[in-house]
Design a protein around this ligand. Structure first.
Ligand code: ASP
Length: 348
Protein backbone atom coordinates (compact mmCIF):
# COMPACT_ATOMS: atom_id res chain seq x y z
CA UNK A 1 0.00 0.00 0.00
CA UNK A 2 1.23 3.50 -0.85
CA UNK A 3 2.43 5.41 2.20
CA UNK A 4 0.44 8.58 2.72
CA UNK A 5 2.70 11.45 3.69
CA UNK A 6 1.33 14.31 5.76
CA UNK A 7 0.45 17.16 3.45
CA UNK A 8 0.37 20.89 4.04
CA UNK A 9 -0.55 23.78 1.78
CA UNK A 10 1.49 26.92 2.43
CA UNK A 11 -0.23 30.13 1.41
CA UNK A 12 1.99 33.18 1.25
CA UNK A 13 0.10 36.49 1.41
CA UNK A 14 3.07 38.76 2.17
CA UNK A 15 4.44 40.47 5.28
CA UNK A 16 7.86 40.86 6.87
CA UNK A 17 8.57 37.12 6.83
CA UNK A 18 9.03 37.27 3.05
CA UNK A 19 10.58 40.73 2.75
CA UNK A 20 14.07 41.85 1.89
CA UNK A 21 15.83 45.14 2.57
CA UNK A 22 16.08 47.48 -0.41
CA UNK A 23 19.81 48.33 -0.44
CA UNK A 24 19.12 51.89 -1.67
CA UNK A 25 16.26 52.99 0.58
CA UNK A 26 16.72 50.59 3.49
CA UNK A 27 12.94 49.89 3.39
CA UNK A 28 11.60 46.35 3.59
CA UNK A 29 10.03 45.19 0.32
CA UNK A 30 8.32 41.95 -0.66
CA UNK A 31 10.28 39.33 -2.46
CA UNK A 32 9.46 36.19 -4.31
CA UNK A 33 8.14 33.13 -2.49
CA UNK A 34 10.66 30.77 -4.08
CA UNK A 35 13.43 32.99 -2.73
CA UNK A 36 11.76 32.77 0.65
CA UNK A 37 11.73 28.98 0.55
CA UNK A 38 15.38 28.93 -0.47
CA UNK A 39 16.14 30.46 2.91
CA UNK A 40 14.50 27.51 4.69
CA UNK A 41 16.29 24.40 3.36
CA UNK A 42 15.06 22.67 6.53
CA UNK A 43 11.67 22.26 4.84
CA UNK A 44 13.15 19.51 2.68
CA UNK A 45 13.86 17.52 5.82
CA UNK A 46 10.16 17.21 6.57
CA UNK A 47 8.79 13.96 5.32
CA UNK A 48 5.74 15.91 4.17
CA UNK A 49 4.20 16.86 0.90
CA UNK A 50 4.36 20.66 1.02
CA UNK A 51 2.77 22.66 -1.76
CA UNK A 52 2.55 26.40 -1.96
CA UNK A 53 0.39 29.18 -3.30
CA UNK A 54 1.47 32.80 -3.33
CA UNK A 55 -0.43 36.06 -3.60
CA UNK A 56 0.76 37.91 -6.65
CA UNK A 57 1.75 40.53 -5.79
CA UNK A 58 2.25 39.77 -2.09
CA UNK A 59 0.72 42.43 0.19
CA UNK A 60 1.79 44.22 3.31
CA UNK A 61 -0.93 43.20 5.72
CA UNK A 62 -1.89 46.85 6.29
CA UNK A 63 -3.51 46.50 2.86
CA UNK A 64 -5.59 43.51 3.97
CA UNK A 65 -9.26 43.64 2.88
CA UNK A 66 -12.28 41.32 3.12
CA UNK A 67 -11.76 40.48 -0.57
CA UNK A 68 -8.40 38.90 0.37
CA UNK A 69 -10.09 36.95 3.16
CA UNK A 70 -12.52 35.63 0.54
CA UNK A 71 -9.57 34.69 -1.65
CA UNK A 72 -7.98 32.75 1.23
CA UNK A 73 -11.24 30.92 1.89
CA UNK A 74 -11.56 30.07 -1.81
CA UNK A 75 -8.03 28.61 -1.84
CA UNK A 76 -8.66 26.57 1.31
CA UNK A 77 -12.04 25.34 0.12
CA UNK A 78 -10.68 24.37 -3.31
CA UNK A 79 -7.77 22.42 -1.78
CA UNK A 80 -9.57 21.19 1.32
CA UNK A 81 -9.66 17.46 0.54
CA UNK A 82 -6.07 17.34 -0.72
CA UNK A 83 -4.24 18.54 2.38
CA UNK A 84 -4.11 17.69 6.07
CA UNK A 85 -3.67 21.32 7.05
CA UNK A 86 -2.98 24.87 5.89
CA UNK A 87 -0.33 27.41 6.90
CA UNK A 88 -0.90 31.04 5.99
CA UNK A 89 2.12 33.33 5.98
CA UNK A 90 0.80 36.78 6.77
CA UNK A 91 2.05 40.18 7.92
CA UNK A 92 1.74 40.54 11.65
CA UNK A 93 0.00 43.93 11.62
CA UNK A 94 -3.48 42.67 10.75
CA UNK A 95 -2.99 38.95 11.32
CA UNK A 96 -5.45 38.92 14.24
CA UNK A 97 -8.19 40.44 12.03
CA UNK A 98 -7.63 37.81 9.33
CA UNK A 99 -7.58 34.99 11.87
CA UNK A 100 -10.85 36.22 13.40
CA UNK A 101 -12.51 36.64 10.00
CA UNK A 102 -11.46 33.17 8.78
CA UNK A 103 -12.77 31.55 11.96
CA UNK A 104 -16.29 32.71 11.01
CA UNK A 105 -15.90 32.12 7.28
CA UNK A 106 -14.82 28.46 7.54
CA UNK A 107 -17.90 26.82 9.07
CA UNK A 108 -17.41 23.19 10.24
CA UNK A 109 -13.64 23.46 9.85
CA UNK A 110 -12.07 20.12 10.78
CA UNK A 111 -8.48 20.80 9.67
CA UNK A 112 -5.84 23.18 11.04
CA UNK A 113 -5.47 26.62 9.51
CA UNK A 114 -2.37 28.16 11.11
CA UNK A 115 -1.41 31.78 10.53
CA UNK A 116 2.14 32.83 11.18
CA UNK A 117 4.70 35.44 10.18
CA UNK A 118 7.72 37.07 11.73
CA UNK A 119 9.18 40.27 13.09
CA UNK A 120 12.43 39.87 11.12
CA UNK A 121 12.58 38.78 7.46
CA UNK A 122 13.38 35.11 6.94
CA UNK A 123 16.60 35.98 5.12
CA UNK A 124 18.13 37.75 8.14
CA UNK A 125 20.44 35.95 10.48
CA UNK A 126 18.43 36.33 13.70
CA UNK A 127 15.07 35.77 12.02
CA UNK A 128 12.16 34.43 14.05
CA UNK A 129 10.50 33.44 10.78
CA UNK A 130 12.14 30.05 10.34
CA UNK A 131 11.11 28.77 13.73
CA UNK A 132 7.56 30.09 13.31
CA UNK A 133 7.20 28.59 9.84
CA UNK A 134 8.67 25.18 10.64
CA UNK A 135 6.63 24.70 13.81
CA UNK A 136 3.44 25.92 12.12
CA UNK A 137 3.89 23.29 9.40
CA UNK A 138 4.36 20.60 12.03
CA UNK A 139 1.22 21.70 13.87
CA UNK A 140 -0.80 21.89 10.63
CA UNK A 141 0.05 18.23 9.94
CA UNK A 142 -0.32 16.91 13.50
CA UNK A 143 -2.87 14.14 14.09
CA UNK A 144 -4.10 12.42 17.24
CA UNK A 145 -4.15 8.63 17.77
CA UNK A 146 -7.43 8.35 15.85
CA UNK A 147 -6.05 10.13 12.81
CA UNK A 148 -7.94 13.35 13.50
CA UNK A 149 -6.30 16.78 13.30
CA UNK A 150 -4.84 17.82 16.66
CA UNK A 151 -6.01 21.41 16.22
CA UNK A 152 -8.94 21.72 13.81
CA UNK A 153 -9.15 25.48 14.30
CA UNK A 154 -7.99 28.78 12.83
CA UNK A 155 -4.97 29.63 14.97
CA UNK A 156 -2.05 32.01 15.20
CA UNK A 157 1.31 30.46 15.97
CA UNK A 158 3.95 32.91 17.11
CA UNK A 159 7.04 32.60 19.31
CA UNK A 160 6.27 29.22 20.87
CA UNK A 161 2.56 29.81 21.47
CA UNK A 162 -0.34 28.40 19.52
CA UNK A 163 -3.37 30.62 20.12
CA UNK A 164 -6.99 30.52 19.01
CA UNK A 165 -7.02 33.02 16.15
CA UNK A 166 -10.13 34.95 17.15
CA UNK A 167 -8.77 35.45 20.70
CA UNK A 168 -5.46 36.91 19.62
CA UNK A 169 -4.12 40.48 19.47
CA UNK A 170 -0.83 41.95 18.30
CA UNK A 171 0.69 43.62 21.33
CA UNK A 172 4.30 44.35 20.44
CA UNK A 173 5.92 46.03 17.45
CA UNK A 174 9.44 45.15 18.59
CA UNK A 175 9.66 41.84 20.43
CA UNK A 176 9.48 38.41 18.85
CA UNK A 177 6.76 37.63 21.35
CA UNK A 178 4.31 39.85 19.48
CA UNK A 179 0.90 38.22 20.09
CA UNK A 180 -1.22 37.49 23.11
CA UNK A 181 -4.47 35.72 23.80
CA UNK A 182 -5.40 37.37 27.09
CA UNK A 183 -8.81 35.86 27.59
CA UNK A 184 -8.19 32.28 26.49
CA UNK A 185 -5.19 30.07 27.29
CA UNK A 186 -2.84 28.90 24.52
CA UNK A 187 -3.93 25.74 22.69
CA UNK A 188 -0.34 24.50 22.69
CA UNK A 189 3.05 25.59 24.01
CA UNK A 190 6.21 24.75 22.17
CA UNK A 191 9.51 23.88 23.79
CA UNK A 192 11.40 20.65 23.34
CA UNK A 193 7.97 19.12 22.75
CA UNK A 194 4.78 20.56 21.34
CA UNK A 195 2.41 20.32 24.30
CA UNK A 196 -1.17 20.42 23.10
CA UNK A 197 -4.07 21.19 25.44
CA UNK A 198 -6.84 18.97 24.00
CA UNK A 199 -9.40 20.15 26.57
CA UNK A 200 -9.01 23.74 25.28
CA UNK A 201 -9.32 22.84 21.61
CA UNK A 202 -12.79 23.02 20.02
CA UNK A 203 -14.25 19.61 19.21
CA UNK A 204 -15.23 19.19 15.60
CA UNK A 205 -17.37 16.83 13.56
CA UNK A 206 -15.36 15.84 10.53
CA UNK A 207 -18.41 14.23 8.93
CA UNK A 208 -19.91 17.67 8.47
CA UNK A 209 -18.75 19.27 5.22
CA UNK A 210 -16.83 22.53 5.24
CA UNK A 211 -19.15 25.43 4.49
CA UNK A 212 -17.24 28.41 3.12
CA UNK A 213 -18.64 31.91 3.58
CA UNK A 214 -17.48 34.96 1.68
CA UNK A 215 -19.64 37.99 2.43
CA UNK A 216 -18.88 41.02 4.58
CA UNK A 217 -20.55 44.37 5.10
CA UNK A 218 -18.01 47.02 6.07
CA UNK A 219 -20.48 49.73 7.16
CA UNK A 220 -19.05 49.56 10.67
CA UNK A 221 -16.73 51.54 12.89
CA UNK A 222 -14.75 51.21 16.12
CA UNK A 223 -15.27 54.11 18.53
CA UNK A 224 -12.79 54.41 21.41
CA UNK A 225 -14.01 56.55 24.32
CA UNK A 226 -11.74 58.95 26.18
CA UNK A 227 -12.34 61.61 28.83
CA UNK A 228 -13.24 64.80 26.97
CA UNK A 229 -14.77 63.18 23.89
CA UNK A 230 -16.96 65.76 22.17
CA UNK A 231 -20.67 65.54 21.49
CA UNK A 232 -20.36 66.76 17.89
CA UNK A 233 -17.74 64.11 17.13
CA UNK A 234 -19.84 61.26 18.50
CA UNK A 235 -22.96 62.67 16.86
CA UNK A 236 -21.43 63.00 13.41
CA UNK A 237 -19.96 59.52 13.64
CA UNK A 238 -23.25 57.90 14.66
CA UNK A 239 -25.04 59.77 11.88
CA UNK A 240 -22.73 58.69 9.06
CA UNK A 241 -24.96 57.60 6.19
CA UNK A 242 -25.29 53.83 5.91
CA UNK A 243 -23.59 53.08 9.23
CA UNK A 244 -24.90 49.75 10.55
CA UNK A 245 -22.82 48.83 13.59
CA UNK A 246 -20.36 50.24 16.11
CA UNK A 247 -17.84 48.54 18.35
CA UNK A 248 -17.75 50.83 21.36
CA UNK A 249 -14.50 50.54 23.31
CA UNK A 250 -15.46 51.54 26.85
CA UNK A 251 -13.59 51.86 30.13
CA UNK A 252 -12.92 48.99 32.55
CA UNK A 253 -15.73 46.48 32.80
CA UNK A 254 -17.83 48.27 30.20
CA UNK A 255 -18.33 51.77 31.60
CA UNK A 256 -18.97 54.99 29.72
CA UNK A 257 -19.79 58.64 30.48
CA UNK A 258 -23.24 59.16 31.98
CA UNK A 259 -23.80 62.52 30.30
CA UNK A 260 -27.36 62.71 28.92
CA UNK A 261 -26.17 63.84 25.46
CA UNK A 262 -24.01 60.72 25.18
CA UNK A 263 -26.69 58.26 26.27
CA UNK A 264 -29.29 60.02 24.11
CA UNK A 265 -27.07 59.71 21.04
CA UNK A 266 -26.57 56.00 21.70
CA UNK A 267 -30.30 55.46 22.27
CA UNK A 268 -31.14 57.37 19.10
CA UNK A 269 -28.65 55.25 17.13
CA UNK A 270 -29.93 51.92 18.45
CA UNK A 271 -33.53 53.08 17.81
CA UNK A 272 -32.47 53.68 14.19
CA UNK A 273 -31.29 50.04 14.02
CA UNK A 274 -27.57 50.63 14.51
CA UNK A 275 -26.04 47.78 16.53
CA UNK A 276 -23.68 48.99 19.25
CA UNK A 277 -21.43 46.39 20.87
CA UNK A 278 -19.64 47.20 24.10
CA UNK A 279 -16.10 45.86 24.57
CA UNK A 280 -13.49 47.00 27.06
CA UNK A 281 -10.37 49.03 26.32
CA UNK A 282 -8.54 46.76 28.80
CA UNK A 283 -6.49 44.02 27.17
CA UNK A 284 -7.78 41.40 29.57
CA UNK A 285 -11.16 40.75 31.20
CA UNK A 286 -14.75 41.19 30.13
CA UNK A 287 -17.57 43.70 29.93
CA UNK A 288 -20.15 43.33 32.70
CA UNK A 289 -22.74 45.98 32.07
CA UNK A 290 -24.86 45.02 35.06
CA UNK A 291 -22.03 45.76 37.45
CA UNK A 292 -22.08 49.60 37.60
CA UNK A 293 -24.78 52.16 37.06
CA UNK A 294 -22.98 53.52 34.01
CA UNK A 295 -23.16 50.09 32.39
CA UNK A 296 -26.87 49.81 33.20
CA UNK A 297 -27.43 53.12 31.40
CA UNK A 298 -25.71 51.70 28.34
CA UNK A 299 -27.96 48.63 28.48
CA UNK A 300 -31.00 50.90 28.68
CA UNK A 301 -29.72 52.73 25.60
CA UNK A 302 -29.83 49.46 23.64
CA UNK A 303 -26.10 48.73 23.73
CA UNK A 304 -25.22 45.00 23.77
CA UNK A 305 -22.30 43.30 25.48
CA UNK A 306 -19.34 41.97 23.54
CA UNK A 307 -18.17 40.18 26.72
CA UNK A 308 -14.44 39.47 26.45
CA UNK A 309 -14.14 39.78 22.65
CA UNK A 310 -11.01 41.30 21.20
CA UNK A 311 -11.64 44.39 19.04
CA UNK A 312 -10.41 42.45 15.99
CA UNK A 313 -12.94 39.72 16.65
CA UNK A 314 -15.88 42.01 17.49
CA UNK A 315 -15.50 44.08 14.31
CA UNK A 316 -14.97 41.13 11.94
CA UNK A 317 -17.86 39.22 13.50
CA UNK A 318 -20.14 42.22 12.99
CA UNK A 319 -19.02 42.65 9.37
CA UNK A 320 -19.55 38.92 8.79
CA UNK A 321 -23.05 38.81 10.32
CA UNK A 322 -24.12 42.02 8.56
CA UNK A 323 -22.80 40.63 5.28
CA UNK A 324 -25.08 37.61 5.58
CA UNK A 325 -28.26 39.63 5.62
CA UNK A 326 -29.40 38.66 9.11
CA UNK A 327 -32.03 40.77 10.83
CA UNK A 328 -31.08 43.25 13.52
CA UNK A 329 -32.50 40.89 16.15
CA UNK A 330 -30.59 37.87 14.81
CA UNK A 331 -27.33 39.82 14.77
CA UNK A 332 -27.86 41.03 18.34
CA UNK A 333 -28.48 37.42 19.46
CA UNK A 334 -25.42 36.10 17.60
CA UNK A 335 -23.18 38.89 18.90
CA UNK A 336 -24.22 37.72 22.36
CA UNK A 337 -23.48 34.07 21.58
CA UNK A 338 -20.25 32.18 21.20
CA UNK A 339 -20.16 30.83 17.62
CA UNK A 340 -16.59 29.55 17.23
CA UNK A 341 -15.00 29.94 20.66
CA UNK A 342 -14.56 33.69 20.28
CA UNK A 343 -16.01 34.81 23.61
CA UNK A 344 -16.69 33.63 27.14
CA UNK A 345 -20.02 34.41 28.72
CA UNK A 346 -19.52 34.70 32.44
CA UNK A 347 -21.60 32.43 34.65
CA UNK A 348 -23.69 34.30 37.20
N1 ASP B 1 3.92 45.60 7.91
C1 ASP B 1 4.11 44.19 8.02
C2 ASP B 1 2.80 43.50 7.71
O1 ASP B 1 1.96 43.38 8.55
C3 ASP B 1 4.60 43.82 9.39
C4 ASP B 1 4.87 42.35 9.60
O2 ASP B 1 4.72 41.51 8.75
O3 ASP B 1 5.24 42.01 10.71
O4 ASP B 1 2.60 43.10 6.59
Amino acid sequence: MLKKYPSVLLIYTGGTIGMIENPETGALENFNFDQLLRHVPELKRFNYRISSYQFDPPIDSSDMEPSFWAKLVKIINYNYDNFDGFVILHGTDTMAYTASALSFMLENLSKPVILTGSQLPIGTLRTDGKENLITSIEIAAAKDNHGNAMVPEVCIFFENHLMRGNRTTKINAENFNAFRSYNYPPLARVGIHIKYEPHLIRPTDKLKPLIPHYLFDTNVVILTLFPGIQERVVESLLKVEGLKAVVLKTFGSGNAPQKPWFLNLLKDATDRGIIIVNITQCSSGAVEMERYETGIHLLESGVISGYDSTPECAITKLMFLLGHGLTNKEIRIKMNSCIVGELTKQRR
